[in-house]
Design a protein around this ligand. Structure first.
Ligand code: UD1
Length: 475
């Protein structure tokens, strides 16, 4: 169809859905821009957009805290009795076997920008280690290389980016020679986007020829895996399980045999790791049972009364917090896509750069519109079975969200030092402490030196005596 004919068709469509303003600057565009704008509009599903505008943009549907609502249960970090010990041992063996047989792939979601961190560019490029200044990407890459060596197996790694940082992420990997990994085992792909809206439900224009869009949230992973060919690549390799984590956690245990094994033994489709929340309002998702299905309720959606509710022993009733680590079956992702699934939308009120009716750029200083996102954990209730493994905060969770304060680069670095010190002490190595009990040295352990506590004992002869204020790097 010629551009003019397509234009007429699209103009009518837009009118029907009250979005005709998208063509306001049509007469000012050159041929290529016109074609491009029409293509962007044609990609939009207006039936869905009408529904979103009515239900998420102009108002907000509240979270699913209704029906049969209870706290979720989990496996404890350590076996509670002899029977469970046997199960954990079996799970660890199975998990190791699955890694060895290349049935497990790593998947990091890295589509977000480092805005809250005040960092320009992909968050994975943020330097977090305190002795060698390694970036998050480098730490993950070294972990994957170390797991690969340990199990004598390839550990394929999938990295989800967004249109905002795909090219930059590729460039970072390429200029760092994929951090020593084989390029063919690293698959970098892009997630989809959703249009941005003004409060009155109009799609915003980024400029005269472009719709304002933003990444569709980490829930977009499940579609992007399918559409990018990443899932096909996994299938070709014989992968069955996807180990999912967020780019902001340098302590993540990417290939955890216990977690993988318990998930597989129990025949689950999508499982999660949890920790005990540090308090009622810690900014993590809450694991709940909604009508018998494991569901995550975001911290912002859990009413204070429920967040504060306590058991007779004083512990929080809703105490299992999500650290956004999952095992997802490849067949589950395939099934969802074959069924044409959709995840619920979440609305976020944001400052959105756009052009106004006069075509002038607007850099808002206060929130002026709505961005819509999907969350990967909303797929949990769609799984036929789901388990939760509780883990120790000190071992596996150091979120880097802000530059200072809670969940900052500073707190993450402290947690990294603390974990290294714990590993040393458990192997009998003395770590210098200040009078207040805090650690009085810097220890950075490269993943290639130790992947877990147990690895330290085998390397005791490589650990020098540590003196106060020492800066130690072990590789
Ligand atoms: C998230 C979780 C929260 C969990 C906490 C643990 C949500 C809404 N909340 O919080 O339940 O307890 O982490 O640290 O997710 N990302 C994409 N594409 C996107 C959006 C995000 O790849 O379109 C990635 C980011 O790069 C990041 C991860 O998803 O790796 C989390 O995104 P972020 O927005 O930082 O989530 P949080 O609100 O910090």
């Amino acid at each position: 169809m010629g551009t003019q004919k397509t234009f007429e068709k699209i103009k009518n469509l837009l009118k029907k859905h009250h979005q005709e303003h998208l063509l306001t600057f049509w007469a000012e565009l050159n041929t290529a821009q016109k074609r491009n704008l029409l293509a962007q509009i044609e990609e939009l599903d207006f039936a869905k957009i009408d529904y979103w505008v009515a239900n998420f943009v102009k108002k907000s549907i509240s979270a699913k805290i209704a029906g049969d609502f209870a706290p979720a249960r989990s496996y404890s970090p350590h076996p509670a009795n002899a029977e469970q010990q046997r199960k954990y041992d079996k799970a660890i063996e199975l998990g190791k076997e699955l890694i060895r047989e290349i049935k497990v792939a790593g998947l990091v979601v890295a589509g977000g920008q480092g805005t809250r961190l005040g960092f320009d560019g992909p968050k994975g490029n943020f330097p977090i280690s305190f002795v060698k200044n390694k970036t998050l990407f480098q730490i993950f890459a070294e972990t994957i290389a170390a797991v690969s060596r340990k199990y004598q197996a390839v550990c394929p790694w999938y990295i989800m980016t967004s249109p905002l940082n795909y090219a930059e992420t590729l460039e970072i990997f390429s200029s760092n020679s994929y951090y020593g990994l084989d390029k063919k085992d690293v698959f970098i792909f892009e997630q989809g986007t959703l249009p941005n809206f003004s409060f009155d439900g109009k799609i915003l224009l980024a400029d005269k020829a472009h719709i304002a869009c933003s990444p569709d949230g980490h829930g977009g992973t499940l579609k992007a895996l399918y559409q990018s060919g990443a899932l096909e690549d996994m299938k070709k390799r014989g992968v069955e399980f996807i180990s999912y984590w967020q780019v902001d956690n340098p302590l993540v245990n990417i290939f955890d045999p216990l977690f993988i094994g318990l998930h597989a033994l129990d025949g689950a489709e999508m499982s999660s790791k949890a920790l005990i929340k540090s308090g009622p309002y810690e900014k993590v998702g809450n694991f709940c049972l909604v009508d018998g299905k494991i569901t995550v309720i975001e911290y912002s959606d859990l009413p204070d009364e429920l967040a504060e509710r306590r058991n007779p022993d004083g512990s929080l009733v809703f105490r299992l917090g999500s650290i956004a680590i999952h095992i997802i079956n490849l067949s589950f992702v395939e099934r969802l896509n074959a069924e044409g699934f959709s995840l619920p939308l979440h609305r976020a009120i944001k400052k959105i750069t756009h052009i106004n009716k006069q075509g002038k750029p607007v850099e808002p200083t206060v929130p002026n519109g709505i961005k819509l996102e999907t969350f990967v954990f909303d797929a949990l209730p769609l799984a036929s079975k789901s388990i939760i493994l509780q883990t120790m905060r000190t071992e596996e969770f150091a979120p880097v969200k802000n530059l200072f304060g809670t969940d900052s680069a500073e707190t993450a670095r402290q947690l990294m030092i603390q974990r290294a010190a714990n590993w040393f002490e458990s192997a009998g190595v003395t770590v210098p402490k200040k009078p207040d009990g805090s650690i009085d040295c810097l220890i950075e352990i490269a993943p290639g030196f130790a992947l877990e506590k147990g690895d330290i004992k085998e390397k005791l002869n490589q650990i020098p005596e540590i003196k106060p204020k020492d800066k130690l790097y072990l590789a």
